[in-house]
Design a binder for this molecule. Structure first.
Ligand SMILES: NC(=O)c1ccc[n+]([C@@H]2O[C@H](COP(=O)([O-])OP(=O)(O)OC[C@H]3O[C@@H](n4cnc5c(N)ncnc54)[C@H](OP(=O)(O)O)[C@@H]3O)[C@@H](O)[C@H]2O)c1
Length: 261
């Protein structure tokens, strides 16, 4: 693929875990990748790290909960690399607890970060990012197996990810005639900083240790282990390919068999 044929990909939450693995893989697969996350130092160090490996990566800080931030972020991506061919909505947070005790602020922040952001960034990429005028596009939303089944002590998270799956199916059907595919990738347990925070949360809720929580979670996974960020990125990479042109409006698991629906 020549430089002129390179595609432009936007990846949110790309300074850690799954987003970082996705940004690296897409850059290795001849994309120019524009990353974003809230912490400016992490954005700078991630760009430096990926460029040191010869990858064509840039980015700016962005808080996906903020419409002005998202507008500036997408405009910066277009100014740097041109209109956007691939969007990966990955930024997200965990969050839950005993539902009767959940503060409204926590509920709202989980929905804002995980669900409203997906609509907000997608709309901006379709318009300012120019995707709606293209004959080919890829929108990939990182949902969760918690977007297909209820997770105990995870009502806000599960609700937000079910919302992402619903948004994906509706937009996928809407855009199908245009050549833009829209899919959700649903990881199960993936070893990342978020997974560590989740184990800490359950250890506190069940009054036990993180070391005791880990084997309990592993035992729920038929494969017997967490997935890796690179395994999730692999499906994202496939969905960006020409071979995946007929896959749209789907929610596909990468979960070691945790969910088989
Ligand atoms: N790990 C799992 O087991 C698992 C399972 C299923 C689904 N997922 C989903 O996969 C995605 C990535 O998770 P991960 O495990 O890789 O998490 P992670 O390691 O905690 O990374 C999260 C990334 O998102 C960024 N981020 C968080 N809030 C943001 C905001 N408001 N605006 C912009 N960026 C934001 C973080 O950077 P800053 O903090 O600097 O903003 C970071 O780059 C999430 O959507 C998560 O729900 C994860």
């Amino acid at each position: 693929m020549t430089a002129q044929e390179q595609r432009v990909a936007l990846v949110t939450g790309a300074t850690s875990g799954i987003g970082l693995a996705v940004a690296r893989l897409l850059a290795c697969q001849h994309h120019q990748v524009f990353i974003g996350a809230r912490t400016p130092e992490s954005v700078t160090s991630t760009i430096k790290q990926l460029r040191a490996d010869g990858l064509d990566v840039d980015g700016t800080p962005v808080d996906v909960r903020s419409t002005p931030d998202v507008k500036a972020y997408v405009a910066a991506a277009v100014a740097r690399f041109g209109t956007i061919d691939v969007l990966v909505n990955n930024a997200g947070r965990s969050g839950g607890g005993v539902t009767a005790d959940i503060e409204e602020d926590l509920w709202s922040d989980v929905i804002e970060t995980n669900l409203n952001s997906v609509f907000r960034v997608t709309r901006e990429v379709l318009n300012t990012g120019g995707m709606r005028n293209k004959k080919r596009g890829r929108i990939i939303n990182i949902a969760s197996t918690a977007g297909k089944q209820g997770v105990i002590l995870g009502a806000p998270y599960s609700a937000s990810k079910h919302g992402v799956v619903g948004f994906t199916k509706a937009l996928g059907n809407e855009l199908a005639p245009t050549g833009i595919t829209v899919n959700a990738v649903c990881p199960g347990y993936v070893e990342t900083p978020m997974a560590q925070r989740v184990r800490q949360g359950y250890a506190a809720a069940y009054d036990t240790t993180e070391d005791a929580i880990l084997p309990k979670f592993q035992a729920k996974i038929p494969l017997g282990r967490y997935s890796t960020p690179e395994e999730v990125a692999g499906l994202v990479g496939y969905l960006t390919s020409d071979s995946a042109a007929s896959i749209t409006s789907q929610a596909l698991n990468v979960c070691g068999g945790l969910g088989n629906f």
